[in-house]
Design a protein. Structure first.
Length: 481
């Protein structure tokens, strides 16, 4: 008997979900309402797509497990992405001081545009799974409270034509019903899954939003000659000083370009005009971002985005959950993009789906609930990091600061302070932020001792740059007389 899976959404989470389900079914259909670009180009349905995205080591490992033999890392590097060592290739000012650069490289992450990452993943998934990507908009689920058995497609003409739009496969007839043994909702931040479940008789889904009012502003620059290997540079915002958070980052991406992303919480939003953009960078707690770009050639205008709130749907806690439905990626939880965990959490969720399907078929009893509960693990870890800081910004909405939250915050700050001058503390922090280890890593005896002892080296008074890098910075700095 032929088995079919339907995935809603052809973004990163959707394509990884297609890779996860492919070995367990005979046919995978991926639905997306957008025309998909043929190359590494921005797509309309991804509001955060023009801003900085970092693929953490844990997320890359999950992707490569989903796509064995594809050498995803090498494909990205061959197209101009950069591999960034957390221990050596970053210059980071935290609220507790400058991180040092150590002899030990630590985990690595991939730095590139979101457009490049999405395109390469989509290319690899289609090449290896034969997934049928169709332009069509899902508007509901077929079935009932006990089992979902398909998807209803919009009758508005969006998906009438076969092959419309670059990168699509066969069209889906408007108003059609697509039967499926397994449906995966990976439709992103705008998912209507709670409404769809309610229509099936599954109600009472708990949702929570924590919104610090973050606004992102991003501009692309040509990397200045001689600065091609300059480290990724970041000035983090400080949630604990009673003022709006303000941050900035210079991130190398493909095409010999720098992506410069600024972030400001409610009351400290970055401006969209070039003069104000530069002034904002120079007014950060350290002006290094502004000094780097003050003489660089801008290649784009400034793009603003406000789709940055943390939103979580506690689907794993639903009293009843229908067989045949899995929700992952931003459709399940979205995070403030400042923490760089959303893509990796989606990959880890897809890996949970693959492992559960490997042990049982797509129609196995209880499969969907087991997957949903398994995905909740990495979601909770990322949620704790994002919400734990966002609740401290002035004007933040939806957060709590009870005794437990204050205790976690106090420990997190002490650990970060220790990591500015203690390798064991820094290594623990790298492992958790890169999602190569869970939060329990922070409670190991060695980490607790390093946190208790604090930094073993004195605070770094300035950015930890080599002599060659200091020379590059001076040559680029057009802000002084």
């Amino acid at each position: 008997m032929s088995r079919r899976a339907v995935v809603i959404g052809a973004g990163l989470a959707g394509m990884l979900a297609a890779a996860a389900v492919s070995p367990a079914v005979d046919e995978v259909i991926v639905l997306d309402r957008d025309d998909l670009p043929e190359g590494p180009e921005h797509r309309k349905g991804l509001p955060q797509g023009r801003h900085a995205h970092l693929l953490m080591a844990g997320g890359l490992a999950a992707m490569e497990q989903l796509l064995p033999g594809a050498d995803l890392r090498r494909r990205l590097l061959d197209r101009g992405a950069r591999e960034i060592s957390l221990g050596q290739d970053m210059v980071v000012r935290t609220p507790e001081g400058w991180f040092r650069r150590w002899r030990h490289p630590g985990p690595s992450m991939i730095s590139c545009s979101r457009a490049l990452l999405d395109w390469v993943v989509r290319e690899v998934v289609r090449e290896r799974t034969g997934a049928d990507v169709r332009k069509a908009q899902a508007v509901g689920l077929l079935g009932g409270a006990r089992r979902v058995h398909g998807v209803r497609v919009a009758a508005d003409g969006d998906g009438d034509e076969a092959g419309t739009g670059a990168g699509t496969g066969a069209g889906t007839r408007a108003g059609a019903e697509l039967a499926a043994d397994l449906v995966v909702d990976a439709s992103g931040r705008g998912s209507r899954v709670v409404r769809w479940l309610d229509a099936l008789g599954v109600s009472g889904i708990r949702e929570r939003t924590v919104d610090a009012g973050l606004v992102n502003a991003t501009r692309i620059y040509r990397t200045p000659a001689g600065a091609e290997r300059f480290p990724l540079t970041m000035v983090q915002s400080d949630p604990y000083v009673g003022r709006p958070g303000r941050s900035g980052m210079v991130m190398p991406i493909e095409g010999d370009r720098w992506m410069v992303s600024l972030g400001g919480t409610r009351g400290g939003e970055p401006p969209a005009d070039p003069e104000g953009f530069l002034r904002y960078t120079l007014d950060l707690p350290d002006p290094i971002v502004g000094r780097l770009i003050s003489g660089a050639e801008p290649l784009t205008g400034i793009h603003l985005s406000r789709s940055t709130s943390n939103v979580r749907r506690y689907l794993e806690k639903a009293r009843d959950w229908p067989e045949g439905l899995v929700v992952l990626g931003d459709a399940l939880a979205t995070f403030n993009p400042a923490y760089g965990q959303g893509m990796s959490v989606a990959a880890l969720g897809a890996r949970v789906l693959r492992e559960e399907l490997r042990q049982a078929g797509p129609t196995a009893r209880g499969l969907a609930r087991r997957v949903q509960r398994g995905i909740a693990g990495p979601v909770e870890a990322a949620w704790a990091v994002a919400v734990g800081q966002d609740t401290w910004y002035p004007g933040s909405r939806g957060g709590r600061r009870g005794p437990a939250e204050r205790l976690v915050t106090a420990y997190s700050r002490r650990l970060t302070k220790a990591a500015t001058g203690s390798y064991p503390a820094a290594a623990a922090l790298w492992d958790v932020t890169s999602l190569t280890a869970g939060p329990a890593r922070l409670l190991r005896p060695a980490t607790l001792l390093a946190t208790l002892n604090g930094p073993l080296l004195p605070p770094a008074p300035r950015p930890p740059l080599s002599e060659a890098e200091q020379k590059i910075l001076r040559a680029l700095d057009h802000t002084t007389g």
